[in-house]
Design a protein around this ligand. Structure first.
Ligand code: SF4
Length: 340
């Protein structure tokens, strides 16, 4: 995408979400889970931006903050140039039609007591003044668009397979012609054979309807073909953002390299060395000082334990938060590291 023609649909600026919890025992008192801890990124109009990282890194919370399904502790979200952070629910209502969500588990996200025609037409009921006939006519068109037969309109969600249920969830999300869809692990609950069908459907709909996606996934193999850009999250922060092709060929952050090293390569002639990360993800209640990845990083230096690296552009829209690449004297840091 030519940078001169990039139109930003969403701008997320230093957003944080800290959940208060109560600690019991010797150190009883209040504590905070820093689920999202200062995240900034843009989503360009018409692109697929994927947010990847291990479970619990704050991806889903970020998606919900963006849609204002959760209130932020601090920071801001701008949608189509308007700061929506402090809008009341009444003020958000007209915006909600443009910002829809597809959930991970289609079975849990669909009301089991509602028939498909009512599930899919529910957003139409809220956002458009259509009589019942017009609504159901639209549902027929939507079901056809997502590859389902209109004969299923009177059925309940449990009468469909997992892939079909996700298609119903997609039909519901696109029913009001949204501009942005946050898709939270939309294929991870599906069989592998069905995943690619749903991914293809999402791609086709994006082209046909000019949609913009924030695609959340823990699986790098899933996001490779659908993403224009990828943002990698670790422990509530973004550590790297780049175009999909660049990130797959030239990952810079040690965490991104470790994630990619775990992706199976179908060609046995390609030498592939797996990077095993030390230990578990630290607690977001008490994240490590400095670079919060330093306790697991095999390239950790002294500076990493005390100074938190900023997410900086290292050229061509490739952003990295790592002292090996982003300090003003990163060249000397790298040389010093390699000479150890
Ligand atoms: Fe590793 Fe240091 Fe870079 Fe963090 S800043 S990823 S600890 S090298």
């Amino acid at each position: 995408m030519n940078s001169e023609h990039i139109e930003k649909l969403v701008e997320v600026n230093d957003i944080k979400k800290h959940f208060q919890i109560s600690k019991k025992g010797l150190f009883a008192g209040k504590a905070y889970v820093k689920a999202v801890d200062g995240v900034s990124f843009d989503i360009h109009k018409g692109e697929v931006l994927s947010l990847v990282g291990e479970s619990g890194c704050g991806k889903s919370t970020t998606g919900r903050l963006l849609l204002k399904l959760l209130g932020a502790t601090s920071g801001s979200v701008t949608f189509e140039g308007e700061n929506i952070t402090d809008l009341k629910e009444r003020q958000m209502r007209p915006k909600r039609r443009h910002m829809q969500m597809i959930f991970q588990d289609p079975y849990q996200s669909l009301n089991p007591r509602m028939r498909v025609r009512d599930l899919v037409s529910e957003p139409l009921l809220v956002h458009e003044e259509l009589d019942q006939n017009a609504r159901y006519k639209r549902v027929e068109e939507l079901l056809e668009l997502v590859g389902l037969s209109k004969s299923g309109m009177g059925k309940f969600a449990h009468e469909f397979s997992g892939g079909q249920r996700q298609r119903i969830g997609i039909a519901r999300a696109i029913s009001v012609n949204p501009k942005l869809i946050v898709a939270d692990e939309p294929v991870s609950a599906l069989d592998v054979s069905v995943q690619s069908q749903v991914l293809n459907l999402l791609q086709d709909l994006q082209k046909e309807m000019g949609l913009t996606y924030l695609f959340i996934s823990h699986n790098l193999s899933v996001v490779e073909h659908i993403s224009d850009r990828i943002a990698v999250m670790y422990l509530g922060k973004i550590v790297e953002i780049s175009t999909s092709s660049n990130l797959y060929t030239n990952p810079m952050h040690p965490y991104t390299k470790a994630l990619f090293s775990a992706v199976p390569v179908p060609d046995p002639t390609i030498k592939h060395q797996r990077i095993i990360l030390k230990g578990d993800i630290p607690s977001p209640v008490n994240p490590p000082s400095g670079c919060n990845f330093h306790t697991r990083c095999h390239e950790c230096m002294d500076i990493c334990k005390s100074d938190s690296p900023e997410l900086k552009d290292i050229g061509n829209g490739h952003f990295v938060a790592c002292h090996l690449h982003t300090t003003s004297s990163s060249q000397e840091v790298r040389i010093a590291y390699e000479d150890r």
